[in-house]
Design a protein around this ligand. Structure first.
Ligand code: AMP
Length: 280
């Protein structure tokens, strides 16, 4: 695996591969890698000739400075994991290399960026779009791989690709989970033993929401049940919502083509976790 820090060098190397007719798959990450990230690497290797993974903890998508500072950074372990997973190129730029001192772009996602995560983390998706558009411009992949775990982000990236007419196929990959159902996340390692145990209630509630929906319970009934279960002070619920999975507008059930999805963001102790599940 080649490790590249400089964007011009990466552009040159990938240009050579492109001239040889090779397809490029791209997996952008913020590091502290786990099996969820590696599943994206596996998908890229399956679909593309060359797989590029980037590791960059993007400051513009953090609205909480303490969260940015505490975000786990473990480049040695990440490098070993990517090497074993058969990744071809690891791109690890610093902030200057990515932003060149200029962070000015603003994007319009027609409201998709102002609900759920966007509402609770103002500016988050603009930051995500800033970094992903720059990385896309450097890597110019044929396909880019994103996890369904960050479902709203996936929709934002699809919209970004469409708006900028980039001709990149955005591939959605399923959420990888721990044995008790907790969605794998770089943040999980910051949970205490007690919080880690408590966190398993989140995927359990998502499954219960699905079962309740299948039994014909209303959105209000399901939401009340979920809120009731999260009363213990170890939890602080940011949101639980059942939305149309395309628009992320509140699911009403009146449109037979609308597929409902449950989405949740909840603090367990000081760690904010998110999850989602298609219902019905
Ligand atoms: P992050 O490093 O958290 O920015 O995530 C990088 C990519 O990995 C994003 O596309 C995430 O959606 C994806 N990802 C994170 N956790 C998981 C998971 N548990 N299963 C599948 N993909 C994931």
């Amino acid at each position: 695996m080649q490790i590249i820090y400089n964007k011009n060098e990466l552009v040159r190397i990938l240009g050579d591969f492109r001239k040889q007719g090779k397809t490029i798959g791209f997996v952008p990450t913020m590091g502290a890698l786990h099996a969820g990230h590696l599943s994206l690497i596996g998908a890229s290797k399956k679909h593309c000739d060359i797989t590029v993974c980037s590791i960059f903890v993007n400051p513009t998508q953090f609205n909480d400075k303490a969260d940015l500072e505490k975000y786990p950074r473990m480049p040695k372990e990440d490098t070993q994991m990517l090497e074993s997973a058969g990744c071809d190129i690891l791109f690890m730029p610093d902030e200057k290399e990515v932003y060149d001192g200029q962070i000015t772009k603003t994007f319009d996602f027609k409201g998709l960026d102002r609900v759920l995560e966007g509402l609770h983390r103002p500016g988050h998706f603009n930051g995500v779009a800033q970094v992903v558009s720059i990385l896309f411009d450097i890597v110019k992949p044929n396909k880019a791989f994103f996890g369904q775990k960050d479902y709203q982000q996936l929709l934002i990236i699809k919209s970004l690709e469409h708006q900028l007419k980039l001709n990149i196929e955005i591939v959605a990959c399923p959420t990888m989970r721990e044995a008790d159902g907790l969605a794998m996340s770089s943040r999980n390692m910051r949970l205490s033993d007690e919080e880690r145990k408590a966190a398993s209630l989140i995927p359990k509630l998502m499954k219960e929401a699905k079962a309740m929906m299948e039994k014909g319970k209303t959105v209000n009934e399901i939401s009340s049940h979920v809120k009731e279960q999260l009363k213990d002070p170890i939890y602080k619920l940011d949101y639980f919502a059942i939305c149309d999975s395309v628009t992320l507008k509140e699911f009403s059930g009146s449109d037979p083509n609308s597929k409902p999805m449950a989405l949740i963001a909840c603090f367990v102790g000081k760690i904010r976790l998110i999850d989602n599940l298609f219902l019905g």
